[in-house]
Design a protein around this ligand. Structure first.
Ligand code: GTP
Ligand code: MG
Length: 314
């Protein structure tokens, strides 16, 4: 039986292999993704981001439990190989065992840092496609920080939860880091520590200053992941955001935009592959760079000329 048939029959081992295939971009992965994409679009994707150590994994741990209790099938993708799940009450130690299919309900996978950051973001969204096609209806993606890669990953999610802690610095900093733009829900975790109320208040102020408001009012939830406090509220807000997306048609629009970007990516990647294999190779590029460095040429002339040459080849 082929790997794909095993996948269709619900084998988590086949799922793991297919994910590695996608992650490594080994031969035939695009054909595989073509099939997976046709079976995709049912899962709810939740992005969890925030500074290192804010308690994202602890929150995900509890949230996964709440989704499970609601009869959902949950998959977790952890895009930070350096940080193992620290575990919580419900799934405990099992969450540390990454890459191992767990319960019937929860599947955890951590993504390696291989390849360029753009590559990792694309690979992560493709892995989410595989999980969706496999039948997980809830996919939670955890990333650390807010670099370009994280923003790209977050872009592929339906609902984004930004986790901050009282020590994260002031809300203005969050504003500067672009967090206000991407957050659908804020969790101010470690609310057992001093400064949590202040952080919530400052975030509220910052949200009020935000321009280009949508009609979704971003909730701010003070949580204590270690004490399992207020995570049910976080869960309620996350599911409310999903309902909002569905009812306003924003979900369809958002996914349409994501697909548009994906198609562009596929075209660009194919073009780049062809160009690299024909009018450009490593050595040629090296020589061009030298010429440009010494002022004999410039990137615009070279780029346009190479593209013209490439088009003539058809
Ligand atoms: N005091 C306190 N500690 C917490 C709380 N939530 C999590 N922690 C602790 O904070 C530490 C980091 O928690 P994680 O859940 O691993 O945080 P994370 O954001 O996933 O960390 P990275 O993935 O490494 O960025 C752990 O020691 C947790 O026990 C909380 O509500 N209060
Ligand atoms: Mg973590």
């Amino acid at each position: 039986m082929s790997l794909y048939s095993q996948f269709l029959e619900g084998s988590e081992v086949a799922l793991s292999k297919i994910i590695s295939h996608i992650e490594n971009r080994s031969a035939g992965y695009q054909e595989l993704l073509s099939k997976l994409y046709r079976n995709n679009g049912k899962a709810f994707r939740i992005g969890m981001t925030g500074p290192p150590g804010a308690g994202k994994s602890s929150l995900v741990n509890h949230l996964a439990g709440l989704f499970l209790a609601d009869g959902r099938r949950v998959a977790i993708v952890c895009v930070d190989p350096s940080s193992p799940f620290t575990g919580g009450a419900l799934l405990g130690d099992r969450l540390r065992m990454q890459d191992i299919p767990l319960d019937k309900g929860v599947f955890i996978r951590s993504m390696g840092s291989r390849g360029s950051s753009g590559g990792l973001a694309a690979a992560t969204s493709n892995v989410a496609v595989a999980l969706d096609a496999f039948g997980f209806d809830t996919v939670i993606i955890e990333t650390v920080g807010v670099g370009q890669m994280e923003l790209d990953i977050i872009d592929a999610c339906d609902t984004v939860v930004v986790t901050l802690v009282p020590e994260s610095g002031d809300a203005i900093q969050a504003l500067k880091a672009g967090l206000m733009e991407i957050a659908d829900v804020f969790a101010v975790n470690k609310a057992d520590r001093v400064g949590a109320d202040r952080m919530v208040y400052d975030l509220q102020m910052a949200l009020e200053m935000k321009t280009g408001k949508s009609d979704w009012e971003v909730p701010i939830v003070a949580t204590q992941a270690v004490n399992n406090q207020n995570i049910d509220q976080l869960y309620t807000d996350i599911t409310a955001h999903r309902k909002y997306l569905e009812q306003t048609g924003n979900l369809t629009r958002k996914r349409g935009d994501q697909i548009r970007k994906k198609v562009e990516q596929v075209i660009l990647r194919s073009l780049l592959n062809d160009i690299n294999g024909s009018v450009l190779d490593d050595q040629a590029l090296g020589e061009i760079v030298q010429r440009i460095l010494s002022g004999q040429d410039d990137p615009y002339s070279v780029g346009r000329e190479l593209y013209r040459r490439f088009k003539k080849m058809d």
